[in-house]
Ligand binder design. Structure first.
Ligand SMILES: NC(=O)c1ccc[n+]([C@@H]2O[C@H](COP(=O)([O-])OP(=O)(O)OC[C@H]3O[C@@H](n4cnc5c(N)ncnc54)[C@H](OP(=O)(O)O)[C@@H]3O)[C@@H](O)[C@H]2O)c1
Length: 238
């Protein structure tokens, strides 16, 4: 029986590339998209890409709806074995590199954390206990070098802090599953600098290249890592 994967924010960018690659590897893939209009558009784009991927309307900023949406998706397909928390926003503004923490509004901080932190926390909460109970699961959280505490610097305050928080959540969740004895692995990664709406046109990598490490972590063998931070399939400093 093929594994079932959910990729959030999969209608474009790195999420789209991850969903396509997992489908090519034989997983049954659910693509989280935040509205029904985007679901229809995404379905057409997956067909055009030659893969079978099913869109599921899932707004990760609406954490209260996540348990019900995922429970329904699991009934329609099968329990979800692989979760890729890819959806994120970076709304620190066009001058993000110079954006000041002292000028940041609560609205920017709150909206960033709802999508980038509370969303992944809610999807993990909804899915990881079932993975532990069934004895298998893979969770991949998409973070960034921007979230490295060892390289923390000014700029993009809401986004950077949200990714550092996601890194912390990953470590905590991984430590919890470690003691369960189940073959469940929770890791976080940086995709590198990727040509997407978020990364911009100057970025060095294609979405397919950005998807390589997340796909590797989503398909790890039993002897693979748990609780790590990776880029290019190699450990990255926290
Ligand atoms: N690109 C880079 O250089 C880079 C570098 C480091 C880390 N990353 C990380 O890699 C991941 C993917 O980035 P990307 O470059 O592909 O970003 P992107 O092009 O901006 O795409 C983001 C995706 O997330 C979705 N999304 C945003 N808010 C959502 C919500 N509330 N519910 C559901 N989906 C939502 C977007 O959907 P809509 O179409 O509806 O907006 C879109 O599909 C992110 O976690 C990002 O932080 C990217």
């Amino acid at each position: 029986m093929s594994k079932v994967a959910l990729v959030t924010g999969a209608n474009r960018g790195i999420g789209f590339a991850i969903a396509c690659e997992l489908a090519k590897r034989g997983l049954r893939v659910l693509a989280g998209v935040r509205s029904s209009e985007r679901a229809a558009e995404a379905a057409a784009n997956f067909t055009k890409a030659g893969v079978s991927v099913m869109p599921v309307v899932l707004d990760v900023a609406d954490a209260a709806t996540i348990p019900e949406v995922l429970a329904r998706a699991a009934v329609a397909s099968a329990p979800i074995d692989v979760l890729v928390n890819n959806a994120a926003i970076m709304i620190d503004g066009p001058g993000g590199f110079d954006a000041s923490l002292f000028e940041m509004t609560d609205d920017v901080l709150r909206r960033t954390w709802e999508t980038n932190v509370l969303g992944p926390a809610a999807t993990m909460r909804a899915l990881v206990p079932g993975m532990i109970a069934r004895g298998y699961g893979r969770v991949v959280n998409l973070s960034s070098r921007a979230g490295q505490m060892s390289g923390m610097w000014r700029g993009f305050p809401a986004y950077r802090a949200s990714k550092a928080a996601l890194n912390a959540l990953t470590r905590i969740a991984a430590a919890e599953v470690e003691t369960s004895g189940a073959d469940v692995k929770i890791n976080v990664c940086s995709p590198g600098w990727v040509r997407t709406e978020m990364g911009g046109t100057e970025a060095e990598r294609s979405p397919g290249q950005g998807a390589e490490t997340p796909v590797w972590l989503a398909t790890l063998d039993r002897d693979g890592p748990n609780g790590g931070f990776f880029e290019d399939k190699k450990p990255l400093a926290w």
